[in-house]
Design a protein around this ligand. Structure first.
Ligand SMILES: Cc1ncc(C[n+]2csc(CCOP(=O)(O)OP(=O)(O)O)c2C)c(N)n1
Length: 533
């Protein structure tokens, strides 16, 4: 006979979930008691950061990842992170403590009243077991839910007295043993039809989305584009949690704009739009217009039934994106279409004082390490970063697809934990940095060699840009004077320095990337502006 705790840890072990991200409270201590030596607990100081770290880790490993939160207030703090993880399709098992069962009805202190309602909209499944003995089986079900497409967070509330209870024997054994193969191949007839349409199209275009990287379809995406000589756009950066195609490839033509009108205008002249591994589309802001250029049809391949159902136009084929790409490459013949003209390399941006975001990104490109990974939350410089880094290896870019801030610094910690041998560089605006700022401490505590580049423009630039777009004026709360993120980093025990010219920044970034004994932060002053190039 095993206790619920023993059975649960056996289950986590069976799923390779031996890294737990958490912030503990009294209601979680019984779970953490006699913590097994083959597990590691990564402490985050606030729950939004805890979930962000686990989000980065889950995406970079491709494996379900356990987050342990403190009853209602911990879950409340985490909700913004769950919203992000859902958009990023991150498979998270989120557990939270609960009062002991005999005190729930009387709502003793820290009771998580209606525990499953809080996170409900942002998780695929939320549950509080009816009997202590079934906790391991419920956790197993939750892990399977999180791991199936669309992957995403799930939530289980566990009363604190359950951990020492006896577990159901059958349920426990089954829970640890069951394997669910979740990659479903698309309908072969639909794929053959698509192959024929692609071959017959006059001027088809490929729009590559984040699920290509997540599903291991990177090489097949390149092979398809090359065989059919397709120009390739990235789906809009707003929903681009990962890259779907090497951005330095000669057939990569750019990133689609996120507004309806501009997006269809960009695709003008194409008769077939093939969207793979993206929603159709992560639009924002609202600029109405035709959904597609005249004469164009659209077919999307997605593993997410929700994405297929809600697309405002086009047809969809449901199935694993990696498998679909591999099969499609086999089905299509080589084309003799003329491939697109390669994009020119980005030129040197003009020198200014303070430097522009483009100059800062040019410095980043100069210092960019071989095999580097960018974790990005820098609203006014995201496009400049994409254009100047032109990242071209899988698993090299992470961004929050939902737009909720607090992802960048936290996710960088999780990605570095997952990718020990690759240099992780987190590029973050000084406003965005504050939401996940406590994760700097975790990076120091676990000696993770992340490089943090903070772009300091003393404002919420992107909101000023939105103010113009929304035609509103005299909005308060968009200035950030005197926010010195380097000083904050030092208080968390991190070495930090300022760099105020392109050369200084290149040098500071090179030094930070080379440092292997722990994280470094570089703060760069940048001018006000939206930096697209
Ligand atoms: C949790 C959360 N709160 C608020 C916002 C709204 N918001 C979007 S961008 C932004 C400002 C970002 O500022 P900064 O990181 O300095 O980047 P900049 O726009 O100056 O490049 C804010 C507050 C959000 N997206 N998420």
């Amino acid at each position: 006979m095993s206790s619920v705790r023993e059975a649960a840890f056996e289950l986590f072990r069976a799923h390779g979930m031996t890294t737990i991200f958490g912030n503990p409270g009294s209601t979680e201590l019984p779970m953490l008691s006699e913590f097994p030596e083959d597990f590691r607990y990564i402490l985050g100081l606030q729950e939004l950061a805890v979930v962000g770290m686990a989000d980065g880790y889950a995406q970079a490993t491709g494996r379900p990842t356990h987050v342990n939160l403190h009853t209602a207030p911990g879950v409340g703090n985490a909700v913004g992170g769950l919203y992000n993880a859902q958009a990023n399709k991150s498979p998270l098992l989120v557990t939270a403590g609960q009062q002991v069962r005999p005190q729930v009805a009387i709502e003793a202190n820290l009771t998580n009243r209606d525990a499953i309602l809080g996170p409900q909209p942002y998780v695929k499944w939320a549950h509080e077991p009816l009997r202590p003995a079934e906790v391991p089986a419920v956790l197993a079900r939750a892990i399977h839910h999180a791991s199936m497409p669309p992957r995403g967070p799930v939530f289980v509330s566990v009363p604190m007295d359950d951990w020492n209870a006896e577990a159901d024997e059958d349920g426990t054994q089954n829970a640890s043993r069951r394997v669910v193969m979740a990659r479903a191949a698309p309908d072969p007839t639909a794929l053959s039809q698509l192959a024929a349409e692609l071959e017959g199209a006059r001027n088809p275009v490929f729009v590559a989305g984040p699920d290509i990287d997540a599903s291991g379809g990177w090489d097949a995406a390149v092979a398809l584009a090359e065989k059919q000589r397709l120009p390739v756009w990235a789906s809009p950066a707003t929903g681009g949690s990962r890259l779907g195609f090497p951005e330095g490839h000669p057939q990569f033509v750019g990133i689609l704009p996120p507004a309806i009108g501009a997006l269809s205008e960009t695709l003008k002249g194409h008769d077939l739009v093939l969207v793979i591994g993206s929603s159709v589309f992560p639009y924002y802001p609202y600029i109405p217009g035709p959904l597609l250029p005249a004469g164009a049809s659209l077919i999307a391949i997605t593993s997410d039934p929700g994405e297929a159902a809600r697309a405002p136009m086009g047809d969809a084929i449901l199935g694993d994106v990696g498998l679909a790409l591999q099969q499609l490459v086999e089905l299509v013949a080589a084309s003799d279409r003329t491939p697109p003209e390669p994009r020119p390399a980005p030129g040197d941006p003009p020198t200014a004082e303070p430097m522009s975001g483009s100059e800062a990104m040019a410095a980043l490109a100069d210092a960019w390490p071989e095999d580097g990974i960018a974790v990005v939350e820098t609203p006014s410089s995201t496009l400049a970063l994409r254009n100047r880094l032109r990242l071209s290896r899988p698993g090299s870019y992470y961004f929050s697809a939902s737009g909720g801030l607090g992802f960048g610094i936290s996710a960088a910690v999780g990605v570095q934990l997952a990718e020990g041998s690759r240099p992780v560089v987190c590029v973050v605006g000084e406003g965005s940095a504050q939401y996940g700022i406590t994760a700097l401490w975790t990076a120091v505590a676990y000696r993770l060699p992340v490089t943090f580049l903070v772009l300091r423009n003393d404002e919420y630039m992107i909101l000023k840009w939105f103010s113009m777009l929304e035609q509103v004026s005299e909005v308060p709360g968009l200035e950030l004077p005197g926010l010195d993120t380097g000083a904050i980093a030092r208080a968390y025990g991190m070495e930090a320095r300022d760099a105020n010219s392109r050369d200084e920044l290149t040098e500071a970034l090179r030094e930070a990337v080379a440092a292997q004994d722990g994280p470094r932060l570089v703060q760069a002053r940048v001018a006000s502006g939206m930096w697209m190039e």
